[in-house]
Every structure is written in C-alpha cells, then in structure tokens.
Design a protein around this ligand. Structure first.
Ligand code: SF4
Length: 461
C-alpha cells in the first residue's frame, strides 16, 4: 500500500471558486507556495519572510525579505498582491510613491496577450510573481485553509520564535520584561528633551515637545521645525492674531491667491494675517517651510496641520500653566489645560479657505491629549522623577496601534490579562521590542537575539 500523503477528499462536489484578492494575500501570508519562486524576468527569488500584513492604506505587506538565487544579499521591502497583473496600473501604484519600496508584485494570474511590467513612480521595474502555478498544493486544497484565516480578524503577523520562550515564563515575568522595554523607551524620549532643555530652556523644550506631538506621525518633523524657528520666547510677545500670522506664514499655509476672491468669512481675518505677515517675513525668509515639507495626502480633515498650528498658537498663552502642572506632576491639570484650548474658526474648519466641517470639533480631543500625556508629559516628568513617570504610565491605559498589535501577535502574550495588555507602559514596551527586534529582523526570527535575551533574563535587584 502506498504511504504517500494524499490530501483529504473534499465533500464539495463543485470546483472551488477562483480566489479573491484577500485570499491571495492569505496564501502569501501563510506561505503556501514553494520556498523559491520564479519571477517574470527569469530570476528565482528565495522567500525568507513574507512581511507584515498591512490592513490599512499602502502596500499589502511591509518588511518582506527575499534573496535572489546566486546572490547572498538579502533584499527587504514591500510586497503588493493583486489578482491580475494590470491591477497595478488600475490602482494607480505606478504613480504613487508609497509603492516605491515594492520588491515584488504578486499576482494570481498572468496578463494574457501583451507583456506587462509593473513600475514604481521612479520608473523602477518591480519583479512579478505569478502565484497560481507555484503553490504547494492545488487551490481546492488550500482554499478552506485561507477561508478560515480571512473569516477571523485578520492578523498582521505569525507567531515569532520568542513566543515559545515567553510562553514558558510566568505572566509576572513577561510583564516585567515588556515594562523594562517600555522604561527604556521612556528614557530614550526623555534623553532628547533633556538636551533640548539644557540648550534652549525648559519652556522651549516643552513647547517643541508639544509641537512635535501635535504633528502626530505624519508631520512631526515640520511641526518641530516651526517650533524651533518661531520659539516660544518670540511668540509669547505677540498678540494672538500675530501669532497665527507668523505660524501660518512661516509654515507656508497663507494662500497666495488674492483674498478678495475668497468667501466672506475667512476673507477679513486672512487679510489681517497677511498685513502682519508681509511686514514680518523679511528676517524669517531663510526659515520658511515649503508646502512640500508637509504630508497632506491621506490625512483626515481633523488632523490637518493647519488645525495643529492653530492649537499651537493657543498653547503659547497657557504654556506657563502647563509648565507649572508639569512641575507638580499634575497630569489632570495638564490635560484640562490642553482640552480647554479653543478657537472658534478652527473648530469649524480644516483648512484656511475650505468649506465648514459637517460638525464643529474641538481642536484637541481627549484621544490626542491622552497621547500627549503618554508621549510628552510622563517622559518629561521622568527627567527629574523616573519613579513617578513609571507609576504614571503603569496606571494609564493606551489603545494599541498597528505596531504594538503586530508585536502582541508575534510574541503571543496570551498569559497577560486584558488590563495588562492595555497598560500604557506595556504598550510602550511592545513598541520598543517591535522597533528594536522585529523591524530589524530579516531572517524570519532565526537571527533575532530577543529569545536568548528572554531566556537569560534576570530580574533587577
Ligand atoms: S523578530 Fe525577534 S522579537 Fe520579533 S517575533 Fe521574531 S523572535 Fe520575537
């Protein structure tokens, strides 16, 4: 009798339908294909790791790692998955710089007839893999396995090598390890502000830290540059309107067009801002920011940098009170002062000349202020009182983001209680481990040293 493996017979009588794009992504994620894949340019790629599955805008997988046959170099980058080759163009990826780091275009089937070369916005050809003929088993066999995956909340990553080591430890030890990583991250942030405080003074360091936090991910750098080029000591001497004029003028947001053509509401005060700015801009000419320095594409209207600059202008007036709250380690007072930042125009607008928002919205909502407490308030407190900062972040909760979610999925932190997983210090620790180990790994965990670090872990005295 043959002992060869035979896939179980399916109870289905009809053939499985062709896969959806999500199912092809699941095939890629689960690595249900040969370890070495042929590409349309005649080469063979060894797939070391499929990358992290991205369920938001942008390429489908980030940090995939491959090696071309006959070459020892490991190539790390993004992978985009489609059903058909020409979807690359239909979805506009050839003109979108977000896809410039693509190292493979994975498609289910070939484009019939004409040859098709996917290319990035910089005209670099992206090698293409046709997956259907290179699977480890027929699609009918793999389809139920993918269906199971795509019916549940989609994961971003599979369990990593460290998960087995962590699973063998008591929950308290796992929390201790992750919190230690969180404290490292806190100290790292604090060190930067320590030097800014030494160079520019405590108020200016706080002002820059708040500006950077208001920039969120997309515009942290230009917001910090604005706060450095228009320092607190200069802005506090100006009237509220002059502060706005300087901030919008230097940031490059004052419209070039004639204000006479604008609708009535912004027209009056924009003219006022221009009157102030054209007299003030001469000495600041060297420091002007161009529109290209701001990331505006894909931003929700409420997160537009114009609203963040308006909030920064209001913060100038309360900075001494914020400094005093910081001094007293009073996070409630600090949060209340930020939540009280108001601006009648900017609560109804996302841009200087656009239409009104559907519903008025506070300049700084509770979520953003909570974020500022975690990323600014407690790191700054830790400069003088690390123990208070540790206590503060242990008592706070934080919503997981995509990076900490991937870290949780890779480390399989099931022994932690739901409260522990939401703890701000634990979330910070997960981000640090993700950044230091998962993001630098391109060996599918094989060369990562974190599992060994965990095995040899000794609790601090
Ligand atoms: S790269 Fe390291 S830290 Fe990340 S999942 Fe793999 S073993 Fe764990």
């Amino acid at each position: 009798m043959s002992r060869d493996y035979r896939p179980p017979r399916s109870v289905r009588e009809t053939r499985a339908a062709a896969p959806t794009e999500l199912e092809v992504q699941a095939l890629w994620f689960e690595q249900f294909y040969r370890r070495e894949l042929s590409t349309d340019d005649g080469r063979v790629a060894e797939i070391i790791q499929p990358g992290f599955w991205n369920h938001a805008a942008g390429p489908d997988f980030s940090r995939a790692a491959i090696r071309w046959a006959g070459n020892t170099e490991t190539i790390v980058g993004d992978v985009e998955v489609h059903l058909r080759a020409d979807d690359w163009h239909l979805h506009g990826h050839h003109a979108d710089p977000a896809y410039d780091r693509a190292i493979l275009h994975v498609v289910w089937e070939e484009k019939k007839g004409a040859t098709f070369f996917p290319a990035t916005s910089a005209f670099r050809r992206v090698p293409q893999v046709v997956l259907s003929p290179q699977l480890v088993a027929p699609w009918e066999e793999l389809q139920p396995l993918c269906a199971d995956l795509v019916q549940h909340p989609l994961p971003g990553a599979v369990a990593g090598r460290c998960s087995a080591v962590l699973a063998g430890l008591p929950a308290a030890r796992v929390v201790e390890i992750v919190r230690t990583a969180g404290l490292f991250r806190l100290r790292h942030k604090a060190r930067r502000w320590h030097w800014r405080r030494a160079i520019a003074g405590a108020d200016q360091a706080l002002f820059e830290a708040l500006a950077e936090a208001l920039g969120f991910h997309a515009n942290q750098v230009p917001m910090r540059l604005v706060a450095q080029r228009l320092p607190y000591a200069l802005l506090r001497k100006l009237s509220p309107t002059a502060r706005l004029a300087h901030l919008f003028g230097l940031a490059g947001f004052l419209p070039e067009e004639s204000v006479a053509r604008l609708r009535a509401e912004p027209r009056g005060w924009l003219r006022e801002l221009w009157e102030i700015w054209w007299k003030a801009r001469g000495p600041l000419d060297y420091a002007l920011l161009g529109r290209g320095q701001w990331k505006l594409a894909g931003l929700r209207p409420l997160n537009r940098p114009e609203r963040r600059l308006a909030a920064l202008a209001q913060i100038v007036a309360v900075l001494p009170k914020l400094s005093a709250a910081l001094e007293r380690r009073d996070q409630d007072r600090f949060a209340d002062l930020l939540l009280a930042v108001r601006d009648e125009f900017w609560e109804k607008h996302a841009t200087l000349i656009g239409t009104e928002l559907a519903a008025p919205c506070r300049l700084l909502g509770e979520e953003r202020v909570h974020d500022i407490l975690i990323n600014v308030f407690w790191p700054l407190v830790s400069l003088d009182d690390p123990a208070a900062a540790e206590r503060g972040l242990t008592e706070m909760t934080a919503a997981p983001n995509s990076a900490s979610r991937i870290a949780t999925q890779r480390m399989l932190l099931a022994p932690l209680t739901a409260r522990q997983q939401r703890e701000a210090l634990v979330q910070q620790g997960l981000l640090q481990i993700y950044r230091d180990y998962c993001l630098t790994d391109c060996s599918q965990c094989e060369a990562c040293t974190f599992p060994e670090l965990v095995s040899s872990w000794e609790s601090p005295p």
